[in-house]
Design a protein around this ligand. Structure first.
Ligand code: PNS
Length: 160
């Protein structure tokens, strides 16, 4: 079975993330979305909430599983019997960090490969941080995140 892991903070999952999940699901037998739960950043949503939100928006996408992980990604990969890491690439500015992470992961586990999926053009500017910035000023989140997430994110900032 061809299993890929798509790791990230997903705080929250954006339309750009969802696009990568949908496209990866056409390539692999199973796509495991792995939500990092021990980030140094204080998240807007708990790991459990992020999982719940990703499950909600991927219910129509075949062969997606959502998990949390802490510690090293390579350990999560081994535990889930996966050899491919999926990463979305938005712009050249992403590349340096992503390349460093890919090489580090490969150094830690020689038979891992990182597969970069270029973002769809309409999501090139999009990130979870941008979503939180717009939401914090009660801005319009249409097109930035799946519609089901809009009220959840708005209410987290005290808007309804
Ligand atoms: O959505 P993010 O915050 O850009 O995702 C970053 C993530 C979770 C992919 C990265 O921080 C990660 O893999 N963390 C696990 C720790 C690890 O394995 N570090 C070594 C590789 S540099």
């Amino acid at each position: 079975m061809n299993i890929a892991v798509y790791p990230g903070s997903f705080d929250p999952c954006t339309n750009g993330h969802l696009d990568v999940i949908q496209r990866a699901s056409k390539i692999f037998d199973k796509v495991i979305v792995a939500v990092l739960c021990n980030s140094r950043k204080t998240p807007l949503f708990s790991a459990e909430e992020r999982i719940e939100l990703i499950i909600k928006i991927t219910k129509e996408v075949p062969c997606v599983e959502v998990i949390t992980f802490s510690g090293l990604l390579v350990d999560c990969m081994k535990k889930n019997n996966a050899k491919i890491v999926i990463k979305g690439l938005r712009a050249v500015s992403d590349f340096e960090d992503e390349f460093q992470m890919a090489l580090t992961n490969r150094k830690l586990c020689n038979d891992l490969e990182t597969l970069f999926i270029p973002t769809s053009a309409e999501y090139m500017f999009l990130s979870s941080s941008i979503v939180k910035e717009v939401a914090s000023y009660n801005g319009d989140l249409t097109g930035l995140v799946p519609d089901e997430l809009i009220p959840v994110i708005k209410s987290r900032f005290g808007f309804c």
